[in-house]
Structure formats: C-alpha cells, structure tokens
Ligand binder design. Structure first.
Ligand code: RRO
Length: 328
C-alpha cells in the first residue's frame, strides 16, 4: 500500500437491487443497526440485514444463549424479537430515517406466516430486499427445519415470491446442514428465488464439563465465526457452479477483506459480516476498505469482474497480475 486510495468500482447487483458496495451486516448480529451506528454510519454499508422477524413478539430460548468455541461461537437465541408490527414502527422507521438500505430477514413456523410477513412489508420504502430465513422449525412437519428439505424450502420460497412486491428481490437463506446444498438451491430457484444468502450457522453443541450438561440453555446452537468459513466458501462455490445466473450474498466467519475476497472469488456478489462485529463493531467498514484494497492490488477495476473469478480456467483469466499476487 502506498497510501493512495484504491479506485475500484465497488457497486454490486443483487438481482434487481443495485448496492453502492458489497458489504452488509449479517442477520442476527446487528439487530436493526442502531447499536452499530455509534461506531459508523450504517448508510455507508451496502445494506443492513436485520434480525429475522416473525409475526408475533418472541422472548426466545432459555439462557445461556451463547457459548465460546474454538475460532467461533454458538448461539441459541431462538428468534427473540418484537414481532412485525413493532419492527415496522420502530426498527424500519429508524433505518429509513438514517438512509440505510435494508434487507429484512423473515422467519416463520409455517408457510402462511412467511406469506403474511412478506405482505406486511410490501410497499415499505425502506425495504430493499427480503432474506427468507428457512432455517426454522416447520411446526406443521414435526419441527423439521424447512431448509433441510427441498420440497418444504420450495413451498416457502414460492409462496413468498408470489406474495412479495415483484420489484423486491427474494433471497433464500440456506443451511449448510444438508447433504447437497445445490439440491435445496435448485428447488428454491425453481420456485422463484432471485438469489441466495449462504450460509446460516451450523448446528452444534458444547457440553460444560463442570456441570456436565449442555452449556446452552436450549441445548443445541448455531456455530458461527471463522471456524465455519471454509464450509461457507465451499457452499458458495457449489451453488455458484450449479446456478451461475443467480446472485449470492455470502457469509460465514468473514473478519477481513481477504476473507471477503475468498467469498467473492467463489461467486458471491456481496458479503455479510456477522460474528466479527461482537469483537470489533467497526468490522464491516474495515472489511469494505480492505476488500477494495485487495481488489486493487490484484488489478481489478471493478468488484463485478472478481465475482466467481476462481471458477475460471487459467486460459480465461483476464487479469494476469492476479496469478502473480496469488503466488506471492
Ligand atoms: O435466533 C436464532 O437463534 C438463530 C437464527 Br433465527 C438463525 O437463523 N441462525 C442462528 O444461528 N440463530
């Protein structure tokens, strides 16, 4: 670095949505952006992705709800939230007032709940996109997680796509806890998904060796942080290869610009920074600056040119310098 600000075109496209840059918050790690606004202007991000919201207020699972793990953490929040009405009146209103582009994550216990949520959000000027969190127990199917079943996933995504404002991109947030994530992705694509958020947390457990019981009140929890990054990059790679025409919002353990670059090269058009904000609330803006520098260092004039670059055969590599940088 020579102190000269890089000049990379960082705009990105998530289906019909154009964002000024590709770094977003991750659902569940920044509530609705208010707390992070003490550290940086949330409108400077590509978008704020809000904590998954349900129809009714929920108090969540039993405490403790977090446990440390090597290079990561487990959470078992259990969809704590104010419910859609309070969310629209307070959180969305605050985001609109602060000029933040907003991706609203919705969650439901059955397909009709997702549909009702999409309807309530229709026409709200602050909403730029819907992220459909299908990593929730389906109360109509013995609590089986929607995202672990292709038919249940496609039912929810199809219904949300039909209910949502046609101009609003609908992204399916998939779980890595499946044998073949491309089967679920294809089912969602066939049902009308405009893109994918990859990945949700992996299901894990920590046993407290003093109490000799699960450390989390809820027993199991979602594993996030750098420990899951290779799994997330693999999922982005596989879905990009299977469905190259659909955009991906990638996430899972991103702490630096180079971490974000891995996701972009694997096929993500944008990234969410999640767990990193608990230790470094300014991580999203730092990651954005580092990503821009990393792209500039590798000779990219535009982020869009780097999306999916790792899939190219050597003969199709348009930026010869990239090979030299990679070789060190
Ligand atoms: O609320 C949660 O406990 C939670 C959700 Br909805 C999710 O999608 N992923 C996660 O790790 N935790």
């Amino acid at each position: 670095m020579d102190g000269v600000r890089p000049m990379v075109d960082m705009t990105t496209q998530l289906a019909t949505l154009t964002l000024p840059n590709p770094v977003l918050t991750a659902s569940g790690c920044a509530a609705a952006g208010r707390e992070l606004h003490q550290f940086f202007d949330v409108a400077a991000l590509g978008a704020v992705v809000t904590k998954s919201i349900m129809m009714r207020p929920r108090s969540g699972r039993a405490t403790p709800r977090m446990a440390e793990t090597p290079s990561g953490m487990l959470n078992s929040i259990g969809l704590q939230g104010p419910g859609i009405d309070a969310f629209i009146d307070t959180d969305l209103a605050w985001l609109a007032e602060h000029g933040a582009r907003t991706v609203v994550s919705i969650a439901g216990g059955h397909t009709d709940e997702y549909v009702e949520l999409a309807r309530r959000l229709n026409g709200h000027p602050a909403v730029s996109m819907l992220e459909v969190n299908i990593s929730c127990p389906n109360v109509e199917s013995r609590g089986q997680v929607f995202a672990c079943d292709a038919i249940a996933s496609s039912r929810v995504i199809g219904a949300v796509r039909r209910a949502a404002d046609p101009s609003l991109p609908v992204f399916a947030k998939l779980s890595p806890d499946v044998t073949d994530i491309t089967l679920i992705a294809r089912a969602c694509a066939d049902a009308g998904a405009d893109g994918f958020s990859l990945i949700n947390t992996l299901l894990g457990m920590v046993i407290d060796t003093d109490t000799m019981a699960p450390a989390l009140g809820g027993g199991t929890g979602g594993l996030s942080g750098p420990a899951i990054r290779p799994v997330a990059v693999r999922c982005v790679w596989q879905v990009r290869r299977a469905l190259p025409h659909l955009p991906i919002l990638g996430m899972g353990g991103i702490r630096s610009g180079l971490d974000a670059l891995q996701f972009v090269l694997a096929g993500a058009s944008a990234v969410s920074v999640g767990t990193a904000v608990f230790g470094d609330p300014s991580a999203p803006v730092r990651v954005l600056a580092e990503l821009e520098q990393a792209l500039d260092d590798r000779g990219f004039a535009a982020l869009a040119d780097a999306v999916g670059y790792a899939h190219r055969r050597p003969a199709d590599r348009l930026v010869p310098e990239a090979a030299e940088v990679a070789a060190g």
